[in-house]
Design a protein. Structure first.
Ligand code: SF4
Ligand code: SF4
Ligand code: SF4
Length: 201
């Protein structure tokens, strides 16, 4: 959906795969970006303002990224990490079968999760009958600087936050820096490259 001076896209509502509900974040972001009055503010940089000048934010409920957060200025994807509890594992292998990343190994004394493989997608966390494997910390994975067009590039990792408010603050602070220091005709991703913001990975 295109709002005044920005665009926020999102993936499917109420998807059963969702690791994090994006609806509240969507509302908070809409309010914050509206308050920046970008149509007026960006007139200092672009005349006329074209569609590709407007910042694009993309929300996805899980690392599957169906709404394509990797090619937007700001990509925000939900995550939920698996947590192993003290409840005894009964060795049913349900969690092993559920993990597309083959990150879980079931052994005689319980399971092991390879953190280097795990995407924190949450797929394994609803299948455990013993309560050994449950949902742990959840939040948002942040990516910045993706674009299509003449010089396409994937967004780069910008870390993770746990709250909706932190995600909004990250977008807002980035935009305020761009409004303050972006040069005439300089698009957001080019500004971020000049600021070395995209050297985060
Ligand atoms: S990104 Fe995840 S939560 Fe959103 S529609 Fe795709 S699978 Fe569902
Ligand atoms: S959260 Fe996803 S990737 Fe990580 S172990 Fe569970 S199913 Fe595998
Ligand atoms: S689903 Fe639960 S009980 Fe079954 S192997 Fe995994 S951790 Fe153990």
């Amino acid at each position: 959906m295109q709002q005044s001076g920005f665009q926020i896209e999102h993936c499917r509502s109420n998807c059963p795969k969702s690791a994090r509900d994006w609806h509240n974040l969507y509302e908070l972001l809409s309010t914050k970006l509206t308050s920046l009055n970008l149509v007026e503010t960006l007139k200092d940089k672009f005349n006329p303002i074209m569609y590709h000048h407007l910042p694009k934010v993309c929300l996805a409920g899980c690392p599957n990224g169906c709404s394509q957060p990797n090619i937007k200025d700001f990509g925000i994807s939900g995550y939920v990490t698996p947590q192993i509890t003290a409840a005894p594992c009964i060795g049913c292998n349900a969690c092993v079968r559920s993990c597309l990343e083959m990150a879980i190994t079931c052994q005689a004394d319980g399971i092991i999760i390879d953190k280097n493989r795990c995407l924190s997608c949450g797929d394994c966390q609803g299948v455990c009958p013993s309560g050994t494997l449950i949902a742990g910390e959840s939040g948002w994975t942040l990516r910045v600087g993706g674009r299509v067009g003449r010089h396409p590039q994937f967004a780069k990792s910008a870390g993770q936050v746990q709250t909706d408010e932190e995600a909004v603050a990250w977008v807002s602070q980035t935009m305020l820096g761009y409004i303050e220091d972006g040069r005439p005709e300089e698009r957001l991703t080019h500004f971020l490259e000049r600021q070395k913001t995209l050297n985060l990975e």
